[in-house]
Structure formats: C-alpha cells, structure tokens
Ligand binder design. Structure first.
Ligand SMILES: Nc1ncnc2c1ncn2[C@@H]1O[C@H](COP(=O)(O)OP(=O)(O)OP(=O)(O)O)[C@@H](O)[C@H]1O
Length: 233
C-alpha cells in the first residue's frame, strides 16, 4: 500500500544559546485516499513536521518512509524529485514568484519536473487547476495584485500541478472567509476521492469532522485524537 510514514522523528532548534526540542519521537502515517487533519498549538512544530515529510528539512533523528524508502537519507536532488513526483507541500504563506503571472507560477513545478508537455499544454493544465481552485479570473494577475485568500488559491493550484500522491497543506484555510474555506475543504475531499493522501494543518475545530482522522501535535509527539473529536471514522 502506498503511504507516507514518519517514524520517531526528532528535531531541535537553537534559540539563542538555548536548545528547543520541537519534535520528540513524532510518528504518523498518511495513506493514499485519506484526509487527515493535524492540529496543535501555535509553535508546537506542525510546519516543521510537514517540511520534514516533504524533504525540505532533515530531522535530527527518526525517518520518513515514502512507499517504504527512507527519504531522510535522500540527496538534495532526490528530495527535489520527491517533491515533484510524490509529495507536494502547500506553504502557509508566500511562495509565489513576483515576476511571473499566476498561471506561470502554477505551471512552474511541471517545467522543473522534466514534464515533456509543451508550454501551451502546461498552461492549459495550469489554467484548469486555477479554475478548480476558484482562481480562473486571476490567471494573468501578478502576485502583488492578489489578496491573501487569492494567493492561497493560486498556491493550491500550483501544489496540484504535479498531480501529487500526497498533499501536505499548511494552514490552507487560515485567513479565508467561510465560503472560501468550505471550497478548499470540498476540494480536499475530492482529492481524497481520487486517491490522493491529504494532510491538512488547521486550527479550526469546526472543520475537523470532515477528516478521516485527526492528529494532534503536542509536546513533540503526535497523538490520534479522532475519537475525542467525535468523528465516526
Ligand atoms: N529555523 C528555525 N530556527 C529556530 N527555531 C525554529 C526554526 N523553525 C522553527 N523554529 C521554532 O520551532 C517551533 C515550532 O515551529 P513551527 O513553525 O513548526 O510551529 P507551528 O506549530 O507550525 O506553529 P504555527 O501554528 O504558529 O504556524 C517554534 O518555537 C519556532 O520558533
């Protein structure tokens, strides 16, 4: 079975001269076709965990198994390949190149992934994704012209450009109005139905019932709190 699995992750940072242990034996598993929410207090290490899962950050201990292969031992090139073919990370903020239009930003990951499609075809795929994320009207806008919520829609389209098997979304609905947040949740549910494994960081407890499982990051470890939330599973 295809899965993204974290086993015993440890990560510490230096804050001044003090060492802060952010992750301490954190483990989780995300299967394809699963929608899992990750919650936890601000500063508990959710972004750190997602970045390690996406191969953007190396842990100090533990491993990440991507379909059985330990990605923490990957070279930089292998990590790039991982992000272009298997795992897509949707950052909490920023990330669009200012010099490119929305559709050019969305098409970009496929250009780097060695996708053989012609530019015209990539742009038409990127346009379709902008339509899917409700940002079609913004196709030719520059990032500086976009609101925070509009930027999130373009970032989501970009994260989907490589048709990832696993999508890691870092607070995608923060700062969105209710309607837009509901749009995003519907899209995540549709991705799950298509077989994508979706891990979503959220602080919004009203959303948690939509998930197959709810995980909580606390004191450096991950706990399954699905039953406490009252999800039927
Ligand atoms: N590069 C870094 N150097 C030093 N400390 C860091 C670094 N990255 C993260 N931290 C610290 O690690 C802790 C966890 O940060 P992280 O961004 O992972 O938390 P989070 O749960 O995503 O927070 P939020 O919900 O506010 O986004 C924080 O105390 C943060 O200051």
């Amino acid at each position: 079975m295809e899965e993204l699995r974290a086993e015993g992750l440890c990560k510490r940072f230096l804050r001044g001269k003090r060492e802060v242990k952010v992750l301490q034996d954190a483990s989780l598993c995300l299967g394809r076709g699963e929608l899992v929410f990750l919650t936890g207090e601000s500063g508990s290490g959710k972004t750190t965990l997602l970045k390690i899962l996406a191969g953007l950050l190396k842990p100090d201990g533990g491993r990440v198994l991507v379909n059985g292969r330990d990605s923490t031992a990957f070279t930089e090139d292998e990590c790039c390949d991982l992000r272009q073919r298997v795992v897509s990370y949707l950052p909490q903020q920023l990330g669009l190149l200012e010099a490119l239009t929305a559709v050019q930003n969305v098409a970009l990951p496929a250009m780097f992934s060695g996708d053989k499609a012609q530019c015209k075809e990539l742009y038409s795929r990127a346009t379709a994704l902008l339509d899917r994320t409700g940002a079609l009207a913004l196709r030719d806008a520059c990032p500086a012209e976009l609101s925070g919520g509009e930027t999130k829609r373009v970032l989501l389209a970009r994260a989907l450009m490589t048709a990832p098997r696993f999508l890691l979304a870092d607070e995608p609905t923060a700062d969105l109005d209710r309607e837009s947040a509901a749009d995003f949740l519907r899209l995540f549910a549709a991705l799950r139905a298509q077989g994508t494994g979706v891990l979503v960081v959220t602080h919004d407890w009203s959303q948690l019932r939509a998930a197959d499982r709810v995980l909580q990051l606390r004191a450096g470890t991950v706990r399954d709190v699905t039953q406490e939330i009252g999800n039927s599973g």
